[in-house]
Design a protein around this ligand. Structure first.
Ligand SMILES: [Zn+2]
Length: 122
C-alpha cells in the first residue's frame, strides 16, 4: 500500500475483548463504556487510522488484536473518511483526545505511531 493511496479515517467500535489483547499502532482512545444485550461490558474505542478504504480501516482494527479476531469481537460504530487537511496532528490531539507519548500522527507522511515500529517517524 503506497502512502499516497491512504487517507485518514475516524473509526470507532465496541468490544468486549480486554484492552491488553489489543495493540493498534495509530492514535486510539477509550471514549466510553456500554453493555451488550446480555449485560456484558463493552469498551467504546475511537481511533485515527490511515487506510485506502473503509474495509482496510476495519482490517487495521481487527489486525491489532493479539489473536486473529473477527467481526464477532467488535461491533462497528462508525468509520468516517476525513479530508487530509483536516487531520493534522494539531487538530486531532487535545483535551478530548490527549496525545500519549507513543502517539504520532502525520497523514501526509504516513506516520501514525512513535513507538519504534515501521509506522513511526524516522
Ligand atoms: Zn508503532
Amino acid at each position: 500500500m503506497s502512502r499516497s493511496s491512504v487517507v485518514p479515517w475516524w473509526i470507532s467500535w465496541y468490544t468486549h475483548r480486554p484492552l491488553s489483547e489489543f495493540e493498534l499502532h495509530s492514535p486510539w482512545w477509550v471514549s466510553g463504556y456500554s453493555e451488550d444485550g446480555d449485560g456484558r461490558g463493552l469498551t467504546i474505542i475511537v481511533a485515527a487510522v490511515l487506510a485506502g478504504s473503509e474495509e482496510e480501516a476495519w482490517a487495521e482494527v481487527l489486525g491489532a488484536f493479539d489473536e486473529p479476531r473477527s467481526d464477532s469481537d467488535i461491533k462497528r460504530r462508525f468509520c468516517d473518511e476525513q479530508p487530509l487537511g483536516a487531520m493534522v496532528a494539531d487538530s486531532i490531539f487535545g483535551d478530548r483526545w490527549p496525545k500519549a507519548e507513543w502517539m504520532a500522527w502525520s497523514p501526509q507522511d504516513g506516520i501514525t505511531c512513535a513507538c519504534g515500529c515501521e509506522r513511526s517517524a524516522r
